[in-house]
Design a protein around this ligand. Structure first.
Ligand code: PLP
Length: 286
């Protein structure tokens, strides 16, 4: 089992120098990306991730030079050649390499790089007992719906959370709570699940969509995709994050204050169980 890379369809060692100095991903963050989890040697929810990748490419006007089938094949190749059963595949497409100019250079060819890494030994405690988050100002640009390589606002926010001893920074823009720096955010109040709507101000997470469009319905729960403010979450009985790596993560403390009684609530627990079951089914686990 080994970590492995792939550049424009060719397998490479992850430590090989493969990206030219003037690749625009490197110089401008001019590209888009996706992360897909591998369970039991199979990609989970690969189609919605690739659908979003094509949406992101269109949004920043990078031509799609690989077909859906080719991208699926590359994911399978990385799993097969690495021998990794439990891991994550990172994929990015940049506009390509050219002498540095802000506008799009002519006749530039997009560059695809991918890597697979094993998940390693996971400490399951956060999923069992919940995590702390802090609220931070959302200082990102106005196209958070694009999964762009430009992540400065996100990484500065995540670092701030880490330095505060928190798992995640949950962002607030115009007094509304938007999302985590690498996850979507939900609260439960009076048995209704609330989450920010899918506007340009958040990323439409694949995991969020699974929660909102599938699990909530299966469990007979109610979800509202409506903005809510900081005051609103003070009365929440439960809170949780969703994301490809985050999965369904209970939040038990916000800004040092317990959510509800500070334990993982029944709605979060039932969503966690339903999500695990979905992975088991789709990836043939157990
Ligand atoms: C800002 C942001 N929101 C939400 C998510 C969750 O998205 P997904 O469920 O597709 O992983 C991510 C994931 O990286 C993210 O970066």
């Amino acid at each position: 089992m080994q970590s492995l890379g792939l550049v424009n369809g060719k397998l490479v060692d992850l430590n090989e120098n493969v990206v030219p100095m003037e690749d625009r991903g490197h110089q401008f963050g001019d590209g888009v990306y996706e992360v897909v989890k591998v369970y039991n040697g199979k990609c989970f929810a690969l189609k919605p991730h690739l659908d979003r990748l094509y949406r992101s490419l269109r949004a920043i006007r990078i031509p799609a030079t690989y077909t859906y089938e080719e991208l699926v094949e590359f994911h399978e190749l990385l799993i097969e050649k690495s021998g990794i059963n439990e891991g994550a595949i990172y994929l990015q497409i940049t506009r390509g390499t050219a002498a540095r100019t802000h506008h799009f250079p002519e006749q530039i060819v997009p560059c695809l790089t991918m890597s697979i890494r094993p998940t390693g030994t996971v400490n399951t405690r956060p999923w069992e007992q919940g995590v702390k988050v802090i609220l931070i100002p959302d200082e990102r640009w106005l196209r958070c719906d694009i999964k762009s390589l430009n992540l400065l606002g996100n990484i500065l926010g995540k670092q701030q959370a880490k330095e505060a001893g928190c798992y995640e920074g949950v962002m607030v823009r115009d007094e509304q709570v938007t999302e985590g720096t690498s996850s979507n955010f939900f609260v439960v109040k009076d048995d209704v699940i609330w989450t920010y709507p899918t506007t340009n101000l958040i990323l439409k997470g694949v995991t969020r969509t699974i929660v909102v469009e599938k699990l909530v319905k299966e469990l007979g729960l109610t979800v509202l995709e409506k903005p809510f403010d900081v005051k609103f979450i003070k009365g929440a009985s439960e809170a949780f994050l969703s994301g490809t790596s985050t999965e369904i993560m209970p939040v038990t403390t916000i800004n040092g204050t317990l959510v509800g009684d500070g334990t993982v609530g029944p709605i979060t627990r039932s969503l966690q169980e339903a999500y695990t079951q979905l992975i088991d089914e789709e990836c043939g686990r157990k």
